[in-house]
Design a protein around this ligand. Structure first.
Ligand code: AMP
Ligand code: MG
Length: 406
C-alpha cells in the first residue's frame, strides 16, 4: 500500500513523462468560449494602457499651478471628450482650462483634472474652481496600467473573468487554449439503474457517473458517458474497450475484494500497466491507477464519497497537468480543530467537515456522516478535513488541513 503523496507523485510522473508536445495540443477558440479554459499563449499588451494621459474624472483639465489661490477663475478654451480629443490647437496656458470627460485625453499644457463637483460654471467660457489639485490628480498616465509589449497573461493560466476583459482589451477575439482531454466515465454494478429509472428495493441509482461528469467538466476536460456495465466479464470488456479509446478512462466500482469485482481482471486482459492499486487513504483505499499506451486508466472505488475523493486527489491533478495548467495540485487550507478527531492507525482519513471563519482563523469540526456511501451527509458538509494516519486523536486546538468543497 502506498501513501497518498506517493500516489500523486506516480500519477504526475506518468503525466509528464507522456506529455509529448502534441498530447493536448492548443486549439483556437472564440473569446466567448474561452472562460475557464487553460491559456496556451502569452498575451501581451498591443499598446500602452492607457494609450494617452487619460482623465478619470468629469470636470476641467487645468494647470495645477493656476490654483494656488482658491477659488480661482479660469477661461474655458475647449472640450476633450472620450473618443474625441481636443484639437492640436487647444493648448492650456496660464489661467485657462479645457472641459474634459472621463476617458478623454488630457490636452496639451494641462497637468491635472478638477472634478466638476468642485467647480461653478459662471458662463459658457468661464468657470470658478473651488479646490486645488496636485499635478496628476484626476488622471491616469499613459502606460500606467501596462506598457506595449508587457506580458499580461502567461500561458498556463486558467482564464478567469477579469482575463476575458483583458483579452478583449488587447484585441484577442480568438484565443489559443489547451484541447480538453476526453474522459470516459463508466459505472459498474448489477445493482445500478439510471437516474431516470425507479429502482426496486434491491437496486440503487447510478450517482457516480454524474458526480464524475461534473468533476471532469469542472477540471476542464470533456466527459464521455459510457453508462453502466454489469458485473459480467463480457459487458465490462466491451465497455472498457470503448473507454480505452479516450485520453483518460474512469471506471467506478468493481475494484474491491468482492467476488464480482472484475475490473482489474479486465484491465489485465487489455494490457493495462497498473502502477498502484491500494492507497493508504480512507475512503479510497482500492483506487487503481495505470495506463495502456497513451490512455490513463483509473479504477475508482464504488462508494460515492470514495469516488469523489479519489477523483479530487488523483484525477483532477492529472487533467490539469495534461492541460499544462500552472497549478495542478489540490489547494489545502489550515483550520483549528474545535473538537478532537479520531485518527486511523493505517490510513489518512478524509472526512466531511464544517469549517467557518472566526477570531482570525478557520475553525473546523467533522460533520456527522455515516461513511463513504453517505452522500446526504457530504451535502451537509462544506469541506473535507484531512486527518493524518496515526494513533489516538488530533486534539481540539490543533491545526488540521482541509479542502473546501465549493
Ligand atoms: P463496489 O466498489 O463495486 O464494491 O461498490 C461499493 C459500493 O458503492 C456499493 O455499495 C455499490 O452499490 C456502490 N456503488 C458502486 N457504484 C456506484 C454508482 N455508480 N453510484 C452509486 N453507488 C455506487
Ligand atoms: Mg460493484
Amino acid at each position: 500500500m502506498i501513501t497518498i503523496e506517493q500516489g500523486i507523485e506516480a500519477v504526475m510522473a506518468l503525466a509528464s513523462s507522456q506529455a509529448r508536445p502534441d498530447r493536448m495540443p492548443a486549439e483556437v477558440v472564440p473569446l466567448t468560449e474561452s472562460m475557464h479554459r487553460i491559456l496556451r499563449e502569452d498575451v501581451v499588451a498591443d499598446a500602452d494602457s492607457p494609450r494617452f494621459d487619460k482623465a478619470v474624472r468629469d470636470g476641467f483639465s487645468v494647470r495645477s499651478e493656476d490654483l494656488s489661490q482658491i477659488p480661482a477663475e479660469l477661461r474655458i478654451i475647449g472640450e476633450s471628450r472620450a473618443g474625441r480629443p481636443a484639437g492640436d490647437d487647444v493648448v492650456v496656458s496660464k489661467s485657462e482650462c479645457c472641459e474634459i470627460m472621463t476617458g478623454a485625453a488630457l490636452p496639451v499644457g494641462a497637468n491635472a483634472v478638477v472634478m466638476v463637483e468642485h467647480s461653478e460654471r459662471l458662463a459658457p467660457d468661464r468657470v470658478r474652481i473651488l479646490r486645488g489639485v496636485q499635478v496628476g490628480d484626476g488622471l491616469l498616465r499613459q502606460g500606467a496600467e501596462a506598457r506595449q509589449g508587457d506580458c499580461l497573461l502567461k500561458s498556463g493560466k486558467r482564464i478567469q473573468l477579469s482575463d476575458i476583459g483583458t483579452l478583449a482589451s488587447v484585441g484577442k477575439s480568438q484565443v489559443a487554449v489547451s484541447r480538453r482531454p476526453q474522459v470516459a466515465i463508466l459505472a459498474t454494478g448489477d445493482e445500478l439503474v439510471e437516474v431516470r429509472e425507479s429502482p426496486d428495493s434491491s437496486r440503487i441509482r447510478n450517482s457516480n457517473s454524474y458526480t464524475l461528469h461534473a468533476q471532469v467538466r469542472d477540471a476542464g476536460a470533456e466527459p464521455r458517458m459510457l453508462g453502466i456495465a454489469s458485473d459480467t466479464l463480457p459487458d465490462l470488456r466491451d465497455k472498457i474497450r470503448r473507454g480505452l479509446e479516450c485520453d483518460i478512462l474512469l471506471v467506478s466500482g468493481g475494484v474491491s475484494m468482492g467476488k464480482y469485482d472484475h475490473v482489474e481482471e479486465i484491465f489485465a486482459e487489455f494490457g493495462v500497466k497498473v502502477l498502484f492499486d491500494a492507497v493508504a487513504m480512507k475512503p479510497g483505499k482500492p483506487t487503481v491507477f495505470g495506463h495502456r499506451g497513451e490512455t490513463f486508466v483509473f479504477g475508482l472505488p464504488g462508494n460515492p464519497v470514495s469516488t469523489m475523493v479519489a477523483f479530487d486527489i488523483f484525477v483532477r491533478p492529472l487533467i490539469l497537468s495534461l492541460l499544462k495548467a500552472e497549478n495542478c495540485r489540490p489547494v489545502l487550507l489550515e483550520a483549528k480543530l474545535e473538537v478532537p478527531a479520531k485518527r486511523d492507525a493505517a490510513r489518512t482519513a478524509i472526512v466531511p467537515a464544517l469549517v467557518h471563519f472566526e477570531f482570525g482563523s478557520y475553525r473546523i469540526r467533522t460533520a456527522p456522516w455515516k461513511g463513504s456511501s453517505d452522500l446526504a451527509g457530504l451535502s451537509r458538509a462544506n469541506c473535507l478535513i484531512v486527518i493524518p494516519q496515526g494513533e489516538g486523536n488530533i486534539e481540539a486546538g490543533d491545526w488540521a488541513k482541509f479542502v473546501p468543497l465549493n
